[in-house]
Design a protein around this ligand. Structure first.
Ligand SMILES: Cc1cc2nc3c(=O)[nH]c(=O)nc-3n(C[C@H](O)[C@H](O)[C@H](O)COP(=O)(O)O)c2cc1C
Length: 200
């Protein structure tokens, strides 16, 4: 499947065949593609919680508006981010680069984040979004369906997955095989309503 087909065919799928299992090998392949998504300063602050425990899936569904895909999709991935990843051994993000480049990047990212807590969160959400779309397109390319989700109680899910206090939850992505197609696309705004030439 080429990239245009993957983009065109991806839909937010809600109903999944619960008997379908994704092998650990396929899941690893999906994640290996996902983590090639870009992040500012290459900090890769995303953290992916793969929820395989059935009881946890039920608990999460109960705080996710009862949405069936939480328990029925083959995979539930909770995409989180470490808000403080920038301060945790940041030289590892430029590992392999010449020393002057590593020095430059370490100072640049430290200056960028220090004392700017709001940007930690903005950056987290940007990176989670990049990862989510990459994961969904990778899934499409490997013959799976997927769905992004934000319809859940953030605090309740944080408790269930024991989210560290310096992490945030961005969104869920579910992956599996559909049992029902998505409804026809609705309400898509035309390009000329969303593209602005040069200035608003
Ligand atoms: C961040 C995000 C959160 C979403 N949350 C949910 C959700 O909780 N439940 C749901 O059924 N769909 C959810 N959706 C799916 C959207 O409704 C869907 O992407 C949109 O209607 C466009 O349809 P399409 O993705 O099939 O083109 C979410 C989409 C995004 C991007």
């Amino acid at each position: 499947m080429n990239i245009n087909e993957a983009i065109q065919n991806r839909r937010a799928i809600k109903l999944y065949d619960p008997s379908v299992k994704i092998s650990d090998d396929d899941f690893k392949k999906l994640m290996e593609l996902t983590i090639l998504a870009p992040t500012s300063f290459n900090i890769q602050h995303w953290r992916f919680v793969r929820v395989t425990d059935k009881a946890k899936r039920e608990q999460i569904r109960a705080v996710a508006w009862g949405q069936a895909q939480v328990t029925d999709a083959s995979e539930l991935v909770i995409i989180c981010a470490d808000l403080k990843a920038w301060a945790k051994n940041p030289r590892r993000y430029s590992n392999g680069a010449p020393e002057d480049v590593q020095n430059y990047l370490e100072k640049a990212l430290t200056d960028f984040y220090t004392g700017r807590e709001w940007i930690e969160r903005d950056e987290a959400m940007r990176s989670v979004g990049m990862a989510a779309q990459t994961l969904m397109l990778a899934a499409q390319g490997m013959g799976y369906d997927s769905g992004p989700m934000i319809g859940f109680d953030q605090d309740a899910v944080a408790k269930i997955i024991n989210l560290p206090s310096d992490h945030v939850i961005g969104m869920f992505v579910v992956i599996g095989k559909r049992t029902a197609d998505a409804h026809p696309r609705i309400g898509r705004l035309p390009v000329d309503q969303v593209v602005i030439n040069n200035s608003f």
